[in-house]
Design a binder for this molecule. Structure first.
Ligand SMILES: Nc1ncnc2c1ncn2[C@@H]1O[C@H](COP(=O)(O)OP(=O)(O)OP(=O)(O)O)[C@@H](O)[C@H]1O
Ligand SMILES: [Mg+2]
Length: 278
């Protein structure tokens, strides 16, 4: 009679497997609730993101997407529930906030570059002040990340003359220069003119290909479809439905998800998705 384990493996092997499984969880959100006064914004969120995974979060305005991201890097203090980043409970009482945030890169809709600093200055200032890197090392790191976002030639420029897309790529390079273990993106392209969106998404796609763990709030359904391992649909403070993009965007199970998607997917985009199914 077959036992549960089938072929028995050595106990040490099981332990290794368990250790591996533990290591590969990058973000673990459990029973997360967040209220602002009387307003319950997150109503019990459970979400696991594994190392190297790209998870896109979609949902209507006000559903709590930004609040979820902000609870992950503790820009907001959860009302209850836990958040673990790479196995460390960041919602614990003795957590070092600065250390947690150092491990997590965040890119917002607004680029928040220092206008009085050059691109290189913007990329080195936190490395030097927070990570205490020397000038030369910080500049080397900055230049290698400018190369990653395709802006090597802009290191001496100030932010103002750069396009929105270029400024956002600088903001991504700045986050990468801190050597984060994972990256959170909150609608990184929604402030951009349509013709500039593609360059930013291309940079994000490359990051994903390199194996970066990414949690991305976005309205770019084609990006979610092509790049995400999983898509999470949030509405009214809960995760309504999640799944691989092909399933969640292509064949959502629930009426609420379908209603949202039919609002955001215009006919042209829907056609592209259809073609992508082949
Ligand atoms: N600091 C705050 N104080 C009070 N209410 C807040 C605060 N931050 C967010 N909220 C409220 O929480 C709800 C969810 O906001 P959140 O920004 O997380 O939504 P969202 O899904 O990111 O929306 P959008 O797509 O418009 O960015 C909204 O009703 C918002 O007004
Ligand atoms: Mg938001």
């Amino acid at each position: 009679m077959a036992t549960d384990g089938g072929e028995t493996s050595p106990v040490a092997g099981d332990a290794d497997d368990r250790a591996h499984a533990a290591r590969t969880v990058a973000i673990e959100v459990a029973a997360l609730r967040k209220s602002f006064g009387e307003l319950a914004v997150l109503k019990g969120i459970d979400l696991t993101v594994r190392a190297g995974e790209v998870v896109c979060v979609i949902g209507p305005s006000g559903s709590g997407k930004s609040t979820l991201l902000r609870c992950v890097n503790l820009l907001e203090e959860p009302t209850s529930g836990t958040v673990r980043v790479a196995g460390t409970e960041v919602t614990g009482p003795d957590v070092d906030l600065d250390q947690v945030r150092r491990r997590i890169g965040m890119v917002f809709q607004a680029f928040n570059l220092f206008p009085h600093l050059t691109v290189l200055g913007n990329l080195t200032i936190a490395q030097r002040r927070v990570l205490r890197r020397g000038k030369e090392e910080a500049e080397d790191v900055a230049r290698s990340n400018l190369r990653r976002v395709g802006l090597t030639e802009k290191e001496g420029s100030y932010p103002a003359p750069l396009s929105g897309g270029q400024q956002q790529r600088v903001a991504i390079a700045r986050a990468l220069s801190m050597g984060p273990e994972l990256m959170l993106f909150d609608e990184p392209t929604s402030a951009l003119d349509p013709e500039l969106v593609g360059d930013v998404l291309a940079v994000m796609r490359r990051l994903a290909d390199e194996g970066m763990t990414m949690l991305v709030v976005t309205h770019e359904m084609s990006f979610a479809r092509e790049v995400a391992d999983r898509v999470v649909f949030m509405d009214d403070g809960v995760i309504v439905e999640e799944g691989p993009p092909r399933q969640l965007i292509g064949e959502p199970r629930l009426a609420r998800t379908r209603a949202f998607l039919s609002r955001v997917l215009d006919p042209a985009a829907a056609e592209v998705l259809e073609q992508g199914r082949e």
